[in-house]
Ligand binder design. Sequence first.
Ligand code: ATP
Length: 356
Amino acid sequence: MIKFVARFLLHRIGIAIVNQYINDQLKIMSAKKVSKIAVLTSGGDSPGMNAAIRAVVRTSIYHGLQVFGVSRGYNGMIDDDIFEMYSRSVGNIIQRGGTILKTARSAQFFETEGRKIAYENLKKRGIDGIVVIGGDGSFKGAQKFSNEFDIPCIGIPGTIDKDIAGSDFTIGFDTAVNTAVEAIDKIRDTADAHDRLFVVEVMGRDAGYIALHSGIATGAENILIPETKTDMEAMIASLTEKEKRKKLVNLIVVAEGDEFGGGTEVGNYIKEKLPNADVRVCILGHIQRGGSPSCLDRLIASRMGYHAVECLINGTHNVMVGIEDNKMKYTPLDNAVKAKQKISEEWMRIVKILAS
Ligand code: ATP
């Protein structure tokens, strides 16, 4: 009996595998053949974009595709700033921050006329697939363009904020958070030497991940982020209580987009409520966007760049390439929107306990 069931199951599994294989092959055969692709970076820059460009260029060449770079995001498509790239074009860039293609926001691309000009420029070169490395705004533009002109587009999430639905990682977040940690460690040294209370503002207009991760990693007393309700009264009460028991408090990390305000507003509020405290504010700003990408950012950028080209080839079109639970995940560009990821209760509890 057991033998019979085992044989039956193996038979069914075998059929399922063959069916899957046939479906995949049919999909590849019926997919619009892509032979020339363009790659661009759009929106805000993030460290690791170069590693993604390198992966797209070299994977394309490996598959015998011709590959073009576009300068300054969608502006380059409109201004015809498009050039062929070779394996050597992306040599010695994996370790560099910024983007060799430059990036921009393009007002003209919002207009039908601008997108039409962009299409004509691609068409005259026979470009029939696009990889866009950027944020959700860039993906919206790509989706619109693809709908209008039937050119498949693939998105790669490149933003330091880690706030895009459909991926546990975005290129640049890990580097940005490590830069913040390094800077905050230095601030802590001087804060400690003078018994000062520092309010450090980190980037994150809508997302508090840089603040949360860098705050935990540097032992911040309080971490203020847009995802959770900021209770300033409770924070002042806690600072007062700690002062009474002579606990040295010297670090509060705030995301620029916290609903109470950024570092300056938080610093002013503390000064007003605790006039005896020696409070300083430090805004880290754009250093968080620059610098050599971390190992993790180089890895995810390489993996996503590789899979973006595979998607164009095998017909998985108009998706954002993401990674979830260490597996590739393909999210339709329409759904790859800015998403406030839920901050786990566990993290918030850890912050509270460790800062006591
Ligand atoms: P970041 O996360 O750094 O803000 P982003 O990709 O979200 O990056 P945006 O400024 O929102 O940055 O978008 C980049 C560009 O994408 C815009 O300047 C514009 O050219 C194009 N774009 C965005 N939304 C649309 C849209 N709805 N239609 C056409 N183009 C768009």
